[in-house]
Design a protein. Structure first.
Length: 257
């Protein structure tokens, strides 16, 4: 074996990485030793018998580390085969990378490598998704801020327009006279605004209308002054006869309507 002889004994174990193996065998024949024929078979490697003829050597290369059994049978010059033959059991020790635990360790390491690659890929994809999500969130935040600012500006502008419109309406409304704006008296009671009577106004208007005729226009207010609106009675009196042609009673408030 690898140019190193080994003695034959039960349980023979050859060292690891045994490359070339040569097994020598022989058979005795007193009649004609040159006519002896051999067949051999290495169980665990050969599937069938190998005819060696008169050759007394069997060679093997690159045997895997395991247990083997070498068998050899011989036939005499009459062609009668000895079916029992002879056998030899031996084994080849594995090196560390030929052991089962090393193979399983390689499988486990490869599985861990695949798992690590998968985790890196998952983290990379998660980082990409997170970046895209942050970009979309920033864009939505920007759009929401712009919409909020625009809406606030519109509301503020609308409020200012409403304020200006209310001032315009208030300025164009009925303004109070000087008497209405006068301060209250020392007694704590605000003076009652003087009434611009409707009667004198109607009398003046009637006099202007009846100028050139013998009729005149007169208006008078009757009754006590009340918080409610007084009534005015007015009529048309003839200058020549002094008789009142007609009378009527109207609201005589001091408001100009």
């Amino acid at each position: 074996m690898d140019r190193k002889p080994y003695g034959v004994h039960p349980g023979l174990m050859l060292p690891p990485l045994t490359r070339d193996l040569q097994i020598d065998y022989t058979a005795f024949s007193f009649a004609d030793p040159g006519q002896v024929r051999f067949r051999y078979k290495l169980e665990g490697y050969d599937s069938e018998w190998s005819a060696a003829g008169s050759l007394r050597q069997a060679q093997y290369t690159n045997l895997a580390p395991r247990r083997y059994r070498f068998r050899v049978i011989a036939a005499n010059n009459d062609g009668v085969w000895n079916e029992a033959g002879a056998s030899l059991e031996f084994g080849i020790q594995p090196t560390f990378y030929q052991t089962n635990w090393f193979k399983w360790s390689c499988v486990a390491a490869f599985g861990l490598l695949l798992w690590g690659v998968y985790q890196l890929r998952v983290r990379h994809v998660a980082a990409q998704i997170s970046l895209r999500f942050e970009a979309r969130l920033a864009e939505r935040t920007r759009i929401s801020r712009e919409l909020h600012d625009t809406l606030l500006q519109n509301i503020t502008g609308f409020a200012l327009q409403l304020g200006g419109l209310s001032k315009t309406v208030t300025g164009s409304g009925v303004r109070e006279g000087p008497a209405a704006r006068s301060p209250p008296s020392s007694g704590g009671v605000a003076p009652r605004s003087p009434r611009v009577g409707l009667g004198p106004a109607l009398a003046s208007l009637g006099g202007a209308r009846l100028s050139g005729s013998d009729a005149n226009c007169r208006a008078a207010a009757h009754g006590r002054e009340r918080s409610s609106l007084p009534h005015c009675r007015f009529g048309i009196r003839s200058r020549s006869t002094g008789e009142i042609a007609g009378e009527s009673t109207e609201d005589c408030s001091g408001s100009d309507s």
